[in-house]
Design a protein around this ligand. Structure first.
Ligand code: CP
Ligand code: NVA
Length: 310
């Protein structure tokens, strides 16, 4: 049984197939056509961290596909009081058809998936945020930027940076990551990406110079400097990330048609300036809406595969 825990487990063909499905379902949705791709299906949505986009998009998404979502916050379920992932998984997956989890370590979601009777989708872990990248690439395709794509990721070597590494190395586009010293991407994840890049032809570079990374880039992206769970490091991080703001000067180093992406929530004046996020080259709200459409693609794809296997 397939899960959707990281793009590492997916081929280029599969990623593009899911996106094709997402575009198709988006077109139908925009026409007001809601097909029951997943009739009477239930999606358990376990959240151990806050969320706006992930929660709304999965809950609305499964409803529009003919099913229903159950919002399970760790503040309310026994998981938050110490019930093991393995027990939670066996119980929840015996009653629902699919599960989405937002949690801390990737090993926790892997533990859940190991015991699950149904497909599990990663809605963000400390290491990865794969559904976000599906929406990001969908936005890139819609903007016609997928040909000769050069992405510059500026900021923290976090779950977003890791997911960009997976996407670029699987699809074969150029990715340049610039982080401050001490905030580099995980070495094992980088090595995996470099390995995949050998096959896909992706050009991947890692450094500490944001200006160098942005040179002629067609997409410039960043993420918060303080991820969920890092609140205590905030003061130090704000000092260490000085000079890494994506502002007009940084955007101007990019290609003339360069667009700005951000998974949101954004902290204006820190990782991005007000002018850039609100400017004409910003696609952040298109990107946020695409969370709904891209995840419908992921859910339907997993659902169809499971039906075939059964
Ligand atoms: N980008 C994203 O995952 O947003 P939320 O934290 O609001 O779900
Ligand atoms: N890197 C951020 C992304 C939030 C959507 C975090 O993990 O908090």
């Amino acid at each position: 049984m397939r899960h959707f825990l990281t793009l590492k487990d997916y081929t280029k063909e599969e990623i593009l197939e899911i996106l094709q499905l997402a575009h198709k379902i988006k077109k139908e949705t925009k026409k007001g056509v809601f097909k029951d791709y997943m009739p009477k299906n239930t999606l358990g949505m376990i959240f151990e961290k806050s969320s706006t986009r992930t929660r709304v998009s999965f809950e609305v998404g499964i409803y529009q596909l003919g099913g229903v979502g159950l919002f399970l916050s760790s503040n309310d379920i026994q998981l938050g009081r110490g019930e093991p992932m393995s027990d939670t998984s066996r119980v929840v997956s015996s009653m629902v058809d699919m599960v989405m989890i937002r949690t801390f370590a990737q090993s926790k979601i892997e533990e859940f998936a190991k015991y699950s009777k149904v497909p599990v989708i990663n809605g963000l872990t400390t290491e990865y945020h794969p559904v976000q990248l599906m929406a990001d690439y969908m936005t890139i395709q819609e903007a016609g930027l997928d040909e000769n794509l050069v992405v510059a990721y500026i900021g923290d070597g976090n779950n977003l940076a890791h997911s960009w590494l997976m996407l670029a190395s699987k699809l074969g586009f150029e990715l340049r990551i610039a982080t401050p010293k001490g905030y580099e991407v995980d070495e094992n994840i980088l090595n995996d990406a470099l390995e995949f890049a050998k096959e896909s032809g992706a050009k991947i570079s890692i450094g500490n110079d944001p200006k160098e990374a942005c040179k002629d880039a067609t997409v410039i992206t960043t993420d918060t400097w303080v991820s969920m769970g890092q609140e205590e490091e905030k003061e130090q991080r704000l000092k260490d990330f000085d000079g890494y703001i994506v502002d007009d000067a940084m955007m101007n180093i990019g290609a003339s048609n360069a667009k700005f992406l951000h998974c949101l929530p954004a902290y204006r004046g820190y990782e991005v300036s007000e002018d850039v996020i609100e400017g004409q080259d910003s696609l952040v709200f298109e990107e946020a809406e695409n969370r709904l459409h891209a995840q419908k693609g992921v859910m339907v794809w997993l659902h169809n595969l499971r039906k075939k296997e059964q």
